[in-house]
Design a protein around this ligand. Structure first.
Ligand code: PMP
Length: 428
């Protein structure tokens, strides 16, 4: 039965039960961490062949990869990612280990120099705003905040952002310069942007001629089921819509090989790529091509990468199942929480009773379970409903995921009971 429909006495009894369960939880002295979407060491082990690669120092063309040069990245690796992302190799830049760094660089280039279609650098605009689908990736928001770019929230749904809201924001206001999109298995709600939403993003009229879609496809290949969802081809859609320079696509092997020593890529129109490389050329003489070659030898092909991802899936799928199982066992029918059932990616989105997310995170912390701070998935860390919690079950071993999530369910139930009781008291 829904918790809210219990009589005062039954609710009080439920609270007592949860308090006892919580006291037991605290007594077990846990020390578990579900805060960040990191691969587990078992996942990292899957790529340890990398430590013995590359077997040669020359690329296919005979160039010595140990030397300077090749700003755009190793051709063989660009070809693999071109196939994976559905673009031409000339539209791909292979860089360092972090796609977030590439996003930062692109934003800074827009601010300092302006993009291909910019009337002037963004820093010369009075205000620069970004549309931010929420809940979203905390580091996207932190990056904009640091650069002084204002954020406007729109709701993230199961098929992508609320497009009526997005279209209304971009149509008349030239200060709205961009939008974050995590198109596949979004951080944190697991949504996949539908073809229809992608087509609207690609064709919508924008007051800013240099409106840019930051298409962060961090989880493009990170399927948790047999259904290997294909991401919408935003570059072709935008080109067809007459806005070839609108999207910049990012991806990386952070959660494919090594999170700290993978390869990040950027894909965009040939003009955007030339613009990016022109500015990058002032900052670098070339990327780590030894690492590029190592990855080429490791994957061999796009298909090789896809097959490698199935090994991750075998490790990850049981952890996501354990999260669902624990939440169902602890919370089903109480009508105090909803959670996502992601078919890929790294997160489960948990929405608890309005006004209780911070309390849940605090209770969990005091029981030795570290959760991402409440509000993290919103600009400025502010969740207007204080209900959203991002769960990251990939890093701990399976048993610890089970234990932690059973504990989280107790915290959610306890916080909800406390809240309902105090609301009833206040209402009298
Ligand atoms: N984008 C999203 C949506 C992410 O969730 C993450 C990692 N948590 C990143 C980017 C970071 O990517 P990288 O390691 O390539 O910098």
């Amino acid at each position: 039965t829904p918790l809210a429909s219990l009589s005062d006495d039954d609710l009080a009894a439920f609270l007592t039960e949860q308090q006892q369960a919580y006291a037991q939880l605290q007594a077990t002295g846990l020390k578990l961490d579900l805060t960040r979407g990191k691969p587990s060491s078992a996942q990292l082990d899957l790529s340890d062949e990398l430590l013995k690669l590359p077997t040669t120092t020359k690329d296919r063309a005979g160039t010595d990869v140990r030397n300077y040069g090749g700003l755009e990245g190793l051709q063989e690796l660009r070809e693999i990612f071109a196939e994976l992302l559905g673009v031409e190799p000339a539209q791909v830049v292979a860089g360092g280990n972090s796609s977030l760094t590439m996003m930062h660089t692109v934003l800074v280039d827009f601010l300092l120099f302006g993009g291909v279609d910019s009337p002037r650098p963004w820093s010369q605009e009075e205000t620069v705003r970004f549309v931010c689908p929420v809940p979203g990736y905390d580091r996207h928001f932190a990056l904009l905040e640091e650069l002084g770019i204002e954020m406007v929230n729109v709701d993230m749904r199961d098929d992508g952002p609320d497009m009526d809201a997005v279209e209304a924001l971009v149509r008349d206001d030239p200060s709205v310069k961009g939008i974050w999109i995590v198109p596949t298995y979004a951080n944190p709600n697991g949504a996949v942007v539908s073809q229809e939403v992608a087509a609207r993003l690609a064709s919508m009229p924008t007051a800013a001629p240099d409106f840019t879609i930051f298409w962060d496809n961090a989880y493009a290949f990170h399927h948790l089921t047999e259904d290997e969802t294909k991401s919408a081809d935003i570059i072709s859609l935008c080109t067809a819509g007459g806005h070839p320079n609108r999207p910049v696509v990012f991806a990386s092997t952070s959660k494919v090989t090594y999170a700290g020593a993978g390869v990040a890529v950027l894909a965009a129109s040939v003009d955007n790529v030339a613009w990016f490389l022109r500015h990058l050329g002032k900052a670098s003489i070339g990327p780590d091509k030894v690492n590029h070659l190592r990855h080429v030898e490791f994957f061999r092909s796009a298909e090789g990468l896809r097959q490698h991802m199935q090994k991750h899936r075998e490790i990850l799928a049981p952890k996501f199942a354990a999260v669902d199982e624990a939440l169902r066992t602890g919370l089903a029918g109480l009508d105090i929480a909803e959670w996502s059932h992601p078919r890929g990616g790294y997160f489960v989105n948990l929405d608890v009773l309005d006004g209780t997310a911070s309390r849940v995170v605090q209770l969990a912390k005091e029981a030795g379970i570290a959760l991402t701070p409440a509000g993290s998935s919103f600009p400025y860390g502010r969740d207007p409903r204080d209900r959203n919690i991002r769960l990251a079950p990939t890093m701990p071993v399976l048993d610890d995921v089970r234990t932690a999530m059973a504990g989280v369910a107790t915290c959610v139930a306890l916080a909800a009971a406390e809240r309902l009781i105090s609301e009833r008291r206040a209402g009298r």
